[in-house]
Design a protein around this ligand. Structure first.
Ligand SMILES: Nc1ncnc2c1ncn2[C@@H]1O[C@H](COP(=O)(O)OP(=O)(O)OP(=O)(O)O)[C@@H](O)[C@H]1O
Ligand SMILES: [Mg+2]
Length: 312
């Protein structure tokens, strides 16, 4: 059984269906990507998974516990990094962690140890006495994460943890995510509309838009959804226009363009063969200096499946 099971979740706000029969499961130890543009329903779904909001239909089972009947057992297992930063602005970073730690029932020596550990993880040891209102956006995001991990949750849910922050904090959050997954075996749901982050971090991915599933599976399954078109880039010395015309007429070549000796092809993998391409280059006295095959990015998958960009 998977650690997290989301089954047929439907949620309405008045007449609007904002989640329409959403189902997926997350295995223990996975970094699971939840992607969709603004308004897709990601935060609503997270609020339901973490037991903050009710749904109209469906079930969430976490570690074998049903969120409806055993919400406390579910909540104990989860650390939530909310999209909206939830910190107390006019007290110090230390006091914030003390407060959030005590909400999880930590006290005394253990609470102090966990505060030290959390500061170490987020790399803000030297700012512990400073008031949060003086923090940059990136520092607040990092403290927001610290507040979510003090009880050593088995599952960490991060809702757009890198929006609008400086590159240094972004890298820090990235490295932390990979490290806690690797070393503590924390299962992570990582929500973002930055596709490249999800491509880098996640194994399994759920793409949604307007409350509906667009694609779900591992990276290669998702990429294969948009057919077998792929990219081939060729670096050629002694390039000629005839070469391009010949390549364009090859079967399996959907598009062919040239830029400063770099020939870019979009191919249908099922039909395309490398050998005739090499023959065309040879016939035109070209010399191949490099060749590489590129898979479509998740951004391209989304664009192909929905006709719109994720960052609209
Ligand atoms: N409390 C609410 N009352 C009414 N409608 C809501 C409420 N919260 C969210 N919605 C609507 O639900 C839909 C999904 O919103 P949600 O915040 O879950 O999207 P999201 O994918 O997290 O977007 P973003 O990337 O902007 O954070 C939107 O149409 C939003 O307007
Ligand atoms: Mg959101």
């Amino acid at each position: 059984m998977s650690l997290i099971e989301v089954k047929n979740i439907t949620k309405r706000f008045d007449e609007n269906i904002v989640l329409d029969n959403i189902s997926f499961s997350v295995d223990e130890g996975d970094i699971f990507g939840l992607i969709g543009p603004n308004g897709a329903g990601k935060s609503t779904l997270i609020n339901i998974i973490t037991g903050l909001w009710d749904c109209d239909k469906g079930d969430v089972i976490i570690g074998g516990y049903d969120i409806k009947t055993e919400p406390i057992k579910v909540k104990e297992q989860i650390g939530l990094v909310p999209q909206e930063i939830a910190l107390i602005d006019n007290v110090s970073a230390y006091d914030n962690l003390e407060f959030f730690g005590s909400l999880y029932g930590l006290k005394g020596k253990l609470l102090k140890e966990r505060i030290d550990e959390a500061f170490e993880i987020i790399g803000l040891q030297d700012k512990r006495k400073e008031k949060v209102k003086k923090f940059s956006g990136g520092m607040k995001r990092r403290l927001n994460i610290a507040a979510a991990i003090m009880h050593h949750p088995r599952i960490l849910i991060m809702d757009e943890p890198t929006v609008g922050i400086d590159p240094q904090s972004r890298n820090h959050i990235f490295e932390f995510t990979k490290k806690t997954n690797r070393e503590n075996k924390t299962t992570i749901i990582y929500t973002s509309h930055y596709m490249e982050e999800v491509e880098m971090l996640c194994n399994n991915i759920f793409i949604m838009d307007l409350g509906q599933e667009i694609a779900y599976g591992n990276k290669s399954q998702i990429k294969s959804l948009i057919g077998s078109s792929n990219k081939v880039n060729l670096k050629v010395n002694n390039y000629k226009i005839e070469m391009i015309l010949d390549i364009k007429s090859m079967s399996g070549v959907l598009e062919c363009t040239e830029e400063q000796g770099l020939i870019k092809l979009i191919i249908d993998e099922n039909i395309f063969r490398l050998e005739p391409l090499l023959k065309i280059i040879e016939k035109n006295q070209g010399e191949i200096k490099g060749i590489n095959f590129e898979e479509p990015s998740l951004e391209e998958v989304f664009l192909t499946l929905t006709g719109k960009s994720l960052r609209d």
